[in-house]
Design a protein around this ligand. Structure first.
Ligand SMILES: *[C@@H]1O[C@H](CO)[C@@H](O)[C@H](O)[C@H]1NC(C)=O
Length: 196
């Protein structure tokens, strides 16, 4: 009896050891997600004859890229799923939103898709307007982009690509980190729509 148990333990330990070594021999990699901002319109912050604009209606051309290096960890997705949304912000202030078409990258493939995000009459607080205006003048402005992919099932997490400091008009795309986030409950219509 005891011998049987000892053999079983040895077999299990050997199996785990083997798995760990196989995993080391074939290093599992994560796919890379990158975002670039190929064009921006309506981000003009200079004072005109009508004074300094207080609201902006910007349009952003984005490119979302998936790099699948092959032998990807089987738990990782190498797709941007349907109904994904890209949000562009600056210093936590919302600037624009748009949808990203669904697409995948097969093994050893690089795939990218265009997306357009836009905002209408968005308000940027004064301190952020001044900071962004100075950065635009120096040609050093960068914005934050988040791409949220909806959870594939109830009680699952949304996958969020967090791409910080995406250069405006930059030719080299910025890498995104991947976060799993439990979707927040939608605000009730009464709370969202209360105006008076
Ligand atoms: C965005 O892309 C569209 C289509 O390629 C192009 O017509 C438009 O001029 C671009 N806008 C900017 C601001 O780059």
């Amino acid at each position: 009896m005891l011998v049987c148990a000892a053999v079983a333990v040895l077999v299990v330990a050997g199996f785990v050891w083997l798995m760990v070594h196989i995993a080391r021999l074939l290093p599992m990699r994560h796919p890379d997600y990158l975002v670039s901002m190929t064009g921006v319109d309506g981000l003009n912050l200079e004072a005109t004859s009508g004074g300094v604009p207080t609201t902006l209606s910007p349009v952003f051309n984005l490119t979302v890229r998936i790099v699948n290096p092959g032998n990807v960890n089987p738990w990782d997705s190498t797709c941007v799923l349907g109904l994904s949304t890209a949000v562009v912000s600056y210093g936590d202030a919302f600037l624009g939103r748009g949808s990203v078409p669904p697409f995948c990258a097969e093994e050893n493939e690089v795939q990218e898709r265009m997306a357009t995000a836009w905002g209408e009459d968005v308000v940027l607080p004064r301190f952020l307007r001044e900071r962004l205006s100075a950065e635009l003048e120096r040609g050093e402005a960068s914005l934050d982009v988040q791409v949220t992919m909806p959870a594939g099932c109830s009680r699952c997490t949304d996958t969020v690509l967090v791409c910080n400091k995406v250069k405006i008009g930059g030719s080299s795309p910025s890498p995104c980190r991947v976060e799993e986030v439990y979707p927040r409950p939608q605000p009730t219509p009464a709370a969202a729509g209360s105006t008076s």
